[in-house]
Design a protein around this ligand. Structure first.
Ligand code: ZN
Length: 330
């Protein structure tokens, strides 16, 4: 899974991981904004004690010398944050695209401009323009919301379709018919199931099964449920008769015939989502449990299937839950 998909998976997982780089930048901006007056004064003091010795670049622009360090001095970075310069410059298009962040790009004339001319070296920058009241004290959160777009998918639905091609492989993907708005339809349905169920569906769509093929295990297993000449590979388990039969019997839900329906890409319902989630859970439980008991090949398919039968009774409770948003009542 790419970082962009990981940071964009809120529709499936309710909460996406924090985009760390953007969070750090947002925190820097918030700190710089809060301490802008002190930082500007500090820079003026630093430049005043710099002395006569300066680089050519320093003669053109009043920047704090690097001092032999490979990175921009922290003070300069913080002031860059206020002016959306330096490492913050790539965020400028994003800020411009957010109509309610226009105040970010209209700081006081003292920021950046004053330092760029030798005559103004001793002048202190004016504080930045006041924050809009509508911000409600959520400066860092608002800036993070904007900056984090740089670490998210521009088109999440398209990225999911691309990921699905990787999961299913080229051949199966060509024959699978996908509704244009399948991601939006599916995520709407997933609002009516438990987060755990939605998570299992998401992991399946992105190919996140720990099969021996995907995990590059030394011993490439066959289907742990006993299908003849079938590998321990996700694309087989989408059709594994034993696995789906155990899950569908446990939930009393009929197994869809088509792959698109089984994967909840076409005509998704809470029932098919729960079924897919139970299939996902049963496989991973049986794979792990069989490994603890000596391995699936050692136990044989009958024992593994019995493990699945037993586990289904408990695991079904993880996916069965009453519906909060009426209309799909189970
Ligand atoms: Zn099988």
């Amino acid at each position: 899974m790419s970082r962009q998909v990981m940071h964009s998976c809120e529709p499936f997982l309710l909460k996406a991981p924090i985009a760390i780089a953007s969070m750090c930048k947002a925190a820097m901006y918030r700190f710089a904004r809060t301490e802008s007056e002190f930082l500007s004064q500090l820079k003026a003091e630093v430049l005043s004690i710099r002395g006569e010795d300066q680089s050519v670049v320093g003669a053109v622009r009043a920047r704090i010398p690097f001092g032999g360090l490979p990175h921009t001095p922290i003070l300069e970075s913080l002031l860059d944050a206020l002016g959306i310069k330096g490492t913050f410059a790539p965020f400028e298009p994003l800020i411009k695209s957010c109509h309610d962040l226009s105040w970010v790009l209209s700081p006081s004339p003292g920021l950046g401009v004053a330092f760029d001319t030798p005559e103004s070296l001793q002048s202190l920058p004016l504080p930045p323009s006041p924050l809009p009241p509508s911000l409600g004290g959520k400066l860092q959160g608002k800036i993070y919301e904007c900056f984090s777009k740089s670490e998210k998918c521009v088109d999440f639905a398209r990225s999911m379709s691309q990921k699905l091609v990787v999961t299913l492989r080229e051949e199966a993907s060509r024959s699978l018919r996908v509704p244009v708005n399948w991601v939006a339809t599916l995520t709407e349905v997933l609002r009516n199931v438990r987060p755990h169920t939605a998570c299992c569906v998401f992991k399946t769509l992105i190919g996140g099964w720990t099969t021996s093929v995907r995990m590059h295990e030394h011993d490439r297993l066959a289907c742990i449920f006993g299908c003849r000449n079938q590998p321990d590979e996700i694309n087989h388990y989408f059709f594994c008769t034993s696995l789906w039969q155990i899950a569908s019997q446990s939930l009393r839900v009929e197994t869809p015939l088509g792959l698109a329906q089984r994967l909840c890409i076409a005509e998704p319902t809470p029932d098919t989502a729960r079924l897919l989630a139970l299939v996902f859970s049963l496989y991973h439980f049986c794979k792990t449990r069989a490994k603890d008991l000596g391995g699936a090949p050692y136990l044989g398919p009958n024992v593994v299937q019995n493990l699945a039968f037993e586990a289904a009774r408990a695991l079904r409770n993880h996916v069965l839950v009453f519906v909060q948003f009426s209309g799909w009542l189970a």
